[in-house]
Design a protein around this ligand. Structure first.
Ligand code: T3D
Length: 272
């Protein structure tokens, strides 16, 4: 599939979406938003409804060049001040572009791996935090750059950040906008793992292939249940676990998992 600002490929049930504007640290323009939206829409259709083996069983998101994503392209005419000095209302781009992107990633019923290959800043951090497993190159960093330009962490930043690292660290990061190294991000629980730079893509692709061979429907329900636990009370969460378990207990992969365990062989999951 040919796009101008992203590369989108599918191989062995793994879709890879690579942000490809390295000269601007993969910051988002209106075109990039439209292309990412289209790729995610195609992906969502390929995942299906969980009743049969999905054509795609994992998404890997990364960036080209020395940056992962520097958030909004601050030079994009769509968000720049007009010639007469009037400022655009950025609620429009947030509502039309960033919010649907965050929902699409967090609601996608397959695991989303983010390989943070370099600096992530502004909405670039929020996008990484909307993914399920974040790997980062040791030289990568995370910057809540919003406060440097008079904004606040959007794209779910104020929701995901305190849940990941706690309120004290979230406020420090968001109000100071200091660079957080990948190693510190791992120690603080912001990301799953920090790996050596030259091992990042090998490790991310290995993880993606592994997840794509696992019981996809169960992974989808794990993702949904953990995300919903952030705002459910215990009673609602217990009911939700019961309902998801009821559905999963009727899946092919549950039967296969138990049969393989009993027969002491490796399970072959179909993802449904
Ligand atoms: O519409 C709205 O605003 C609403 C949405 C908001 C969501 C947001 O994401 S707001 C936050 C926007 N992002 C930022 O404020 C980050 C801006 N970038 C930086 O602070 C720095 O570039 C970094 C800390 C990320 C990296 O610094 P460094 O020194 O490694 O690289 P650099 O030299 O600053 O950047 C390299 C090039 O990328 C440079 O281009 P040039 O001068 O070589 O032609 C730079 O202008 C460009 N670049 C980096 N970030 C952006 C960008 N160009 C446009 N927009 C960017 N966000």
């Amino acid at each position: 599939m040919r796009f101008q600002t992203i590369d989108f490929t599918i191989e062995q049930s793994v879709a890879t979406l690579c942000l490809n504007r390295p000269e601007a640290l993969n910051s988002f323009t209106a075109t990039m938003h439209a292309e990412v939206r289209e790729a995610l829409q195609r992906l969502r259709e390929a995942v299906g409804d969980g009743r049969s083996t999905p054509a795609i069983r994992c998404l890997l998101l990364t960036g080209r060049g020395r940056g992962f994503c520097a958030g909004q392209d601050l030079k994009d005419p769509a968000v720049a001040p007009a010639a007469d000095g009037t400022m655009p209302d950025i609620a429009d781009t947030i509502e039309q572009n960033y919010n649907p992107l965050i929902r699409a990633l967090m609601e996608l019923p397959v695991p989303v791996i983010c390989a943070v290959n370099g600096v992530a800043a502004g909405a670039g951090v929020s996008i990484a935090l909307a993914c399920d497993l974040v790997l980062a190159a040791r030289s990568a960093s995370f910057i809540q750059a919003f406060c440097h330009i008079g904004l606040l962490p959007d794209s779910g930043g104020t929701w995901n950040l305190p849940r990941a690292v706690g309120m004290a660290r979230a406020k420090g990061l968001a109000m100071l906008g200091e660079k957080l190294s990948a190693e510190q991000a791992e120690q603080w629980g912001l990301i799953w793992r920090c790996v050596d730079d030259d091992a990042l893509m090998t490790e991310a692709e290995r993880l993606a292939r592994h997840l794509a061979s696992q019981p996809t429907l169960a992974l989808a329900r794990i993702k949904q249940a953990l995300n919903q636990s952030m705002h459910n009370d215990l009673h609602s969460q217990l009911a939700l676990e019961r309902d998801y378990m009821s559905e999963l207990s009727r899946s092919h992969d549950y039967r296969e998992g138990v049969e393989a365990f009993t027969a002491k062989r490796k399970p072959v999951f179909k993802g449904c």
